[in-house]
Design a protein around this ligand. Structure first.
Ligand code: PEP
Ligand code: MG
Length: 580
């Protein structure tokens, strides 16, 4: 930031993750922008070529290692996919042609590589034939891998950020947030993304304040030494005055004291004033999530396993890597349940090596969750094997994401059975663990009787249920005013779900973000929910709220709310109830 603006200046964006941060700005370059582009000297040509060969060699090593893993796991389809990529690394376009181009263009490797790949992509993109479209995906995969090796430094970018910085970026990828630690990153400020995107969920669960919808590129030119991020209000304060600074320091202190009070009550039961017990589980994306917030109460209600993709530098997390992660959680939980949701890949959780969202016109409505797994069985079966093995010593429940049709449930159960039979034939004593469905697509709500009949438990995912019911993209901060979880249509759906689950006596948990928001706690209690799965950080607050309400009062609030049709009136009613 570098122009004259020493006066305090306040800018409002969209509040994505709560919290207060004070610090200096740090601008993160987008990957494309980060590709260096400069002329090289004749004397540098050989070393650039050597650097390129090294990146090719490392890419090949990655793939060979992966092929070995897959061979041990017997995943034939995946092996042939990897072999195609290994062969492509020997393609003259990637080897000799590229080296010739470095000599000819006399520019650094990354920039030559980008231009070669761009030409290649342009030629393929012009053809609609699916064969060429598939090659395009492969080329993108391979080029990303090589570029990553050329820019190993960029992976380390996060660790180079000075502690406590306010990180500015056009958009933050979920993988980036997954690596971030609250102790290091003061806050995130972005232009796009945010809302209820997965990067936002991770930031919230890690306690990193986050504001979206701010014009990042314009901010680069401002001269700012100090900043305040108020993640409650979505407010960014540039060059705060002494008074403002003092006010926010004070506020930060108060918040810390308040949070400590919640923690001191950790031993108390989660029950309503009139004695109704409420089960509180936690949502995790990684076994380490529990290190910073160790409140787990009744177990793990949702393990978003797709985050394992974001962590690994391999093409995907291997069977043994996964098994270890699942075991870590079951060991921590002992007899308490661990609900493992199979990969919900796709949408905004898009590991670039497998799915490239550019090739799906509408990824949120595309190959996501169970749809992806049923079409990529080798990945599905590999995960199921890891889950089954971990279930030998743990209380595992398996959860299926994005179920929208009863056949998806039947097919998934058949595959799970197949995997169990194979493992049992190999001498492993795999137990019959419960299998449940996410209820997060309106079609699933409408056929919940059928789904519940074939499910051992249900988990309500309001993040997606709101998105698909209201037709509002959860990741788009410009839509955040329309993304309204207490919309009457959503509340009626929640009521339908709780009624059907209780009629069938099927256990039901709510694991969407509203379960972690005290504004919704009495309403959800009143709608009949008794099991909440929450980002660990918020568990103490939710427990305190549950303890302030009686089931009967909550029921009356829900009845009143259900009669309203204007979301604004609902909002007012809930805010009034929250202040109670
Ligand atoms: C949900 O949709 O509410 C949910 C819990 O799943 P995710 O946020 O991972 O899509
Ligand atoms: Mg979901």
């Amino acid at each position: 930031m570098s122009s004259k603006l020493k006066k305090e200046n306040r800018i409002y964006g969209v509040a994505v993750s709560e919290g207060i941060a004070l610090g200096s700005p740090y601008f993160l370059n987008p990957i494309d922008e980060d590709t260096p582009d400069f002329a090289i000297d004749f004397s540098e040509v050989d070393s650039e070529i050597a650097r390129y060969r090294k990146a090719l060699f490392s890419s090949k090593e990655d793939l060979n290692r992966l092929r070995q893993d897959l061979a041990m796991e017997g995943s034939d389809e995946a092996i042939s996919f990897i072999e195609t990529h290994i062969q492509m690394l020997d393609d003259p376009m990637i080897t000799t042609h590229m080296e010739g181009k470095i000599r000819q263009m006399m520019r650094n490797t990354e920039s030559v590589f980008r231009s070669v790949i761009n030409d290649y992509e342009d030629r393929f993109a012009a053809r609609s034939n699916t064969f060429f479209q598939q090659r395009l995906v492969d080329v993108k995969d391979i080029s990303d891998r090589i570029l990553r090796h050329l820019r190993e430094k960029q992976d380390a970018q996060l660790s180079e950020i000075p502690v406590g910085s306010i990180v500015f970026a056009e958009e933050i990828a979920p993988s980036y947030t997954a690596f971030a630690q609250a102790a290091q990153i003061g806050a995130f400020v972005t232009n796009s993304g945010g809302g209820n995107s997965h990067a936002a969920l991770i930031a919230r669960s890690k306690g990193i304040p986050y504001i979206a919808n701010l014009p990042i590129s314009e901010m680069k030119s401002l001269e700012v030494d100090e900043l305040i991020v108020d993640g409650y209000e979505g407010l960014l304060i540039l060059n705060p005055s002494k008074e403002t600074l003092q006010h926010y320091k004070e506020k930060k202190k108060q918040l810390a004291t308040r949070y400590q009070r919640f923690l001191d009550e950790d031993h108390l039961k989660a029950e309503t004033i009139d004695g109704y017990q409420v089960k509180l589980f936690v949502n995790v994306g990684n076994p380490h999530d529990l290190d910073a917030f160790p409140y787990t109460q009744d177990g793990v209600g949702l393990f978003r396993t797709e985050y394992l993709f974001l962590e690994t530098k391999e093409l995907y997390p291997s069977e043994s890597y996964q098994e270890q992660a699942y075991r870590k959680l079951t060991e921590k939980m002992g007899e308490r349940p661990v609900v493992i949701r199979v990969f919900d890949l796709g949408g905004d959780k898009n590991p670039s090596l497998f799915l490239d969202r550019k090739h799906e016109p509408n990824p949120i409505l595309g190959f996501r969750g169970i749809r992806f797994l049923l079409r990529n069985r080798q990945i599905f079966k590999m995960q199921l094997r890891a889950i089954c093995k971990a279930s030998i010593n743990g209380n595992i429940h398996l959860l299926l994401p994005l179920i929208s049709d009863i056949n998806e449930l039947h097919q998934s159960k058949e595959i799970i059975e197949e995997v169990k039979i194979e493992l049992r034939a190999g001498g492993l004593d795999i137990p019959d663990f419960p299998i449940g469905c996410m209820v997060e697509v309106p079609s699933a709500v409408m056929i919940l009787d059928a789904i519940a009949e074939h499910s051992d438990f249900l988990s309500m995912g309001t993040n997606d249920l709101v998105q698909y019911t209201l037709g509002v993209d959860r990741s788009n901060p410009s839509m955040s005013e329309l993304y309204y979880p207490a919309h009457p249509s959503v509340l009626r759906m929640i009521k339908m779900i709780t009624t059907e689950a209780s009629r069938r006596e099927t256990p039901l948990t709510i694991c969407g973000e509203i379960a972690s928001n005290t504004l919704f706690t009495p309403l959800l209690l009143g709608l009949g929910l008794r099991e909440f799965s929450i980002a660990p950080r918020y568990l103490p607050m939710i427990k305190q709220t549950v303890r302030k309400w009686s089931a009967i009062e909550a029921y009356k609030l829900a009845e009143k709310t259900l009669q309203l049709t204007d979301p604004k009136e609902i909002s007012e009613l809930l805010t009034k109830a929250q202040k109670k």
